[in-house]
Design a binder for this molecule. Structure first.
Ligand code: C5P
Length: 283
């Protein structure tokens, strides 16, 4: 069965740079793709259907507003065809957790159905469809390191990234993105100048440490256990930087190597979801 991975999106930093008249926030962020992924599969069928499984499948409903089905309908409408596919979503990423799971699923469905329906749409055309489904869908379509601007849909190349490892941790708490943006206070943070490349993980961590995730403080206000996750992550041997991703509650630790991230994971308290491995430079 044709399958596409929907890797977790991790925001290495996220500055809120302004707000649009419609209430959406302008961002500057460096998005990378982490060591865990949902999986979307599809077979030809008459009409659209969606089956859910995987460890977090029970937390979602296979209803018409599911992002995978919305993506399928949007793509079929753009192509002027009747949407026909039996879709399956294996949900391995925690839901509403700041690592773009729903957006990654929608993006994977667009990539997959573009193939299944032999549409041959370019990434930019899929991105325009994706942007209407969610601000993170365009970067998830690329599924490779990208700098995000606009409300998330304006993509530009990321600096060349060094080898490094990521440890993702979620305390089992969901956060609603709009609530976190609403709770944000203070001035807007300008977009930083970034180098064209980082020679190694230490240099990257040093530069990232001078930046922030502007949604971290409001998310901690709504969900105080995030502060504990960050403290525990930051104290792990070899952790170069601990920060929250997106609107939370998933946090990440940055390590010099994938092996260091994997080795650090067993010291985490039981009950916290975690995934460790390489920061994947490409899908
Ligand atoms: O685009 P998406 O559906 O992922 O966004 C969810 C919500 O997060 C939006 O309705 C909005 O409240 C908030 N948001 C925002 N600025 C962004 C992205 C999301 O205010 N750039």
């Amino acid at each position: 069965m044709p399958t596409e991975l929907a890797p977790a999106k991790v925001n290495l930093y996220l500055h809120v740079t302004g707000r649009r008249a419609d209430g959406y926030h302008l961002l500057d962020s460096l998005a990378v793709f982490g060591p865990a992924a949902d999986e979307v599969a599809a077979e030809p069928a008459t009409g659209l259907s969606l089956a859910l499984d995987g460890p977090f499948g029970a937390g979602l409903a296979a209803e018409a507003d599911n992002l995978v089905l919305r993506a399928a309908r949007a793509l079929a409408a753009e192509a002027g065809i009747a949407a026909g596919a039996a879709l399956r979503l294996a949900k391995h990423l925690p839901i509403a957790s700041g690592i773009g799971g729903g957006s990654a699923d929608a993006a994977a469905a667009l990539r997959l159905l573009n193939r299944l329906w032999s549409l041959g749409f370019e990434e930019a055309r899929l991105g325009a469809i994706g942007a209407r489904l969610g601000a993170d869908v365009p970067v998830c379509l690329a599924s490779r390191p990208m700098r995000m601007g606009g409300v998330g849909e304006v993509l530009s190349p990321a600096p060349v990234l060094p080898e490094c490892g990521l440890l993702l941790v979620n305390p089992g708490l969901a956060l609603a993105t709009p609530a976190v943006f609403r709770a944000r206070m203070g001035v807007f943070t300008p977009a930083p100048a970034l180098p064209s490349a980082w020679a190694d993980a230490m240099a990257m961590a040093r530069d990232l440490a001078a930046l922030r995730n502007d949604l971290e403080a409001p998310a901690i206000g709504l969900c105080p256990p995030i502060a504990e996750v960050l403290t525990v992550l930051g104290a792990l041997p070899g952790c170069l930087l601990a920060r929250m991703s997106g609107s939370g509650a998933t946090c990440f630790g940055l390590f010099a190597t994938a092996a260091a991230a994997v080795a650090a994971a067993p010291a985490l308290p039981g009950g916290w979801w975690r995934a460790a491995g390489a920061l994947h430079p490409a899908r």
